[in-house]
Ligand binder design. Structure first.
Ligand code: GDP
Length: 612
């Protein structure tokens, strides 16, 4: 068992959260350095620096800044004051682990090593992007790459002159901007392919705009120079009109002439990429837990969620625990573009991994963590937050009370309703009567209208979209009812369309009256049926939740649908009449005027009480 802990014991990687300093050292002076995390008032700062607040006020006054003792100071001013009074200062941005996307790595120069440039190829359709990707892949093949050309993932590393270049394999700017729209920037250099026989075209211009917006340098590859009539100079002139100025024109954009098809100028292009990489001084710290971006992801038939990741900082080891979006998991298998198993992946390496709990989205950021517990906790926090965010975005109200209050305040309100009814026809009917209530101030948005019992997926959808659940002739099970309380989802139940619409209408009109609400006493399951002549059907039941009382109202539910509502005629423990039978006990009961009970039916006992 000794080997079981293997690399973790000699894992010398730095945590990505070195910013996590001891609470007690924050906003304090340590060895002459004032370490602060937040803005402070003049008074607070004076206390920590052991000086008089009036000294700070005077100093700032001399700079024509008038402040009072309770005024908050910005970071720059705090820094200035520290220096004035002989302290060094340091601002720490504390990033919670679940916000790992926000980490800014401030690595010591000595820990940084060169990393491969990451290149995306863009350009107008048919200008030769795919042909170029192919030509690069095949050019200068190292012996070890032979036979391994078939590619498994959407990015690959090319070794050229003993240096590596990473190519993202989805050419075009759609993937590029999709990533960017998700806040990910993976590309260091854009290679803009322009066909010499066609010149600058609409998508060429779009690609330029995307690269510029992302502040990524462009290398122009003027392609198809083998075609008779090709005119590279015309391309260079046209590009200048779009502010892409070639070096030969006095600008800083490298241009090379190639033929992807005839394999001309490819090495020159690779040289330029490496030159541009040198200019950019691309570096990373391999001695950290890995972080980077999902390039693509899918559900693999055999292996579950499969994702191509680009490691951008740190080193990813197989068997690391990774969090991506709201998914997490242990890297069970890590492979390169040739499907070769990798043990570790350094910065700028694209890898394919399996082991995540869900399929992430392209553009999601990932980070590796030392323990499964940590990874799981972070993923869960993120999941909860996501639900919260969708909730806030959906703009609905969580209850009729909230709807009423918002209307009173004159706000525009959207009310999201999830509707379940005993049949699809009724669901439609209720839906259309509700939609008639729309007016200038209210938008009624039915997010689901379907037949069937209220189930867990309804609850999740309602929670995520801030919806009120309306049940028409259907009931939630006691499990769902409890869960709805936990999730803060309001469930309202009706048996008459008119009563349902009237309720919503009065809330809209601001006529919320003191209403009677139902209080559930308990729930019992029918276990045995005894048909007794002259008496009727007696049900042998087990009380599963709460209590049944002899004066309870009852509802009979079959498969989540109400089949009868009425009162109890009798309630017995063994032979004796009982006032109350609690959960966990058996009882015999008869429902007044109802004999069609079946085994497995649920009996819900409730009473009406005035709402507080
Ligand atoms: P993409 O749409 O930008 O990916 O363009 P492709 O790589 O699919 O190329 C479009 C067409 O141009 C194909 O028929 C290629 O064979 C052809 N092509 C690409 N590069 C060259 C080149 O350097 N010279 C010539 N003559 N044809 C090329």
């Amino acid at each position: 068992m000794k080997n079981n802990t293997n690399k973790r014991n000699n894992d010398k990687r730095e945590s990505n959260f070195t910013n996590k300093v001891n609470e007690k050292d924050l906003n304090k002076v340590n060895n002459g350095v004032f370490v602060f995390t937040k803005s402070l008032t003049v008074g607070e700062l004076a206390k920590e620096l052991n000086i008089n607040a009036t000294d700070i006020i005077k100093k700032l006054f001399l700079q024509k800044k008038i402040v009072t003792i309770n005024q908050y100071l910005d970071d720059d001013t705090i820094g200035e004051i520290c220096l004035e009074f002989g302290y060094d200062f340091q601002k720490k941005n504390i990033v919670n682990e679940e916000d790992f996307e926000k980490i800014e790595f401030n690595d010591d120069e000595k820990n940084l090593v060169e990393r491969a440039p990451v290149v995306t190829i863009m350009g107008h359709v048919d200008h030769g992007k795919t042909t170029l990707i192919d030509a690069i892949r095949k050019s200068n093949l190292v012996a070890s790459e032979f036979g391994g050309i078939s590619q498994e993932i959407g990015a690959y590393q090319k070794t050229y002159n003993n240096r590596k270049i990473t190519f993202i394999d989805t050419p075009g700017h759609e993937a590029f901007s999709q990533m960017r729209s998700r806040g990910a920037s993976v590309t260091d250099i854009v290679v803009l392919v322009v066909a010499a026989d066609d010149g600058v075209m609409p998508q060429t211009i779009e690609a330029i705009d995307h690269a510029k917006a992302a502040n990524v340098p462009i290398i122009v590859a003027v392609n198809k120079i083998d075609v008779p009539g090709a005119n590279p100079n015309r391309v260079i002139n046209q590009l200048a009109e779009h502010n892409v100025i070639a070096e030969s024109f006095g600008g800083d954009v490298m241009v090379c002439e190639i033929s992807a098809k005839k394999n001309i100028g490819i090495d020159n292009l690779l040289d330029m990429i490496l030159l541009q990489a040198d200019i950019l001084e691309l570096k990373a710290n391999p001695n950290r837990y890995a972080s980077g971006t999902v390039l693509e992801a899918e559900l693999d038939k055999g292996g579950g969620p499969k994702a191509t990741l680009l490691v951008q900082n740190g080193t990813l080891y197989s068997s690391d625990y990774v969090v991506v979006g709201t998914a997490y998991g242990k890297v069970r298998r890590m492979t390169d573009e040739h499907n070769q198993v990798l043990k570790e992946a350094k910065p700028s390496t694209p890898v394919s991994i399996i082991g995540l709990s869900e399929v992430p989205q392209a553009g999601d950021r990932f980070m590796a963590f030392p323990t499964e517990k940590q990874a799981k906790e972070i993923a869960e926090k993120r999941k909860n937050r996501k639900i919260e965010e969708t909730r806030n975005k959906s703009g609905g109200v969580k209850s009729l009370d909230e709807l009423y209050t918002k209307i009173q305040e004159g706000q525009l309100v959207q009310i999201n309703i999830l509707l379940k009814a005993d049949s699809a026809g009724t669901a439609e009917a209720v839906k259309s009567s509700l939609e008639k209530l729309n007016n200038d101030q209210i938008k009624i948005n039915i997010i689901r209208a379907a037949a069937g019992a209220i189930n867990e997926s309804d609850l999740l959808l309602a929670a995520a979209s801030n919806a009120i659940i309306y049940g028409f002739n259907v009931r939630p099970s006691s499990f769902i009812r409890k869960k709805s309380e936990e999730e803060g989802v309001e469930i309202r139940l009706h048996r008459i369309i008119y009563a349902l619409t009237e309720e919503v209408e009065s809330a809209i009109k601001g006529k919320m009256k003191k209403e009677e609400v139902e209080k559930i006493d308990g729930e019992a399951e029918v276990r045995n049926i005894f048909k007794i002549s002259k008496v009727g059907t007696i049900a042998g039941c087990m009380v599963r939740d709460g209590s049944l009382f002899n004066d309870s109202n009852v509802r009979i539910l079959r498969d989540g649908t109400i089949i009868y509502e009425g009162k109890l005629e009798s309630l017995k423990r063994y032979k004796d009449d009982a006032k109350e039978v609690k959960a966990g006990f058996e009882c015999g009961l008869k429902v007044a005027n109802f004999n069609d009970l079946h085994e497995g039916d649920l009996i819900e006992a409730y009473r009406m009480v005035e709402k507080e």
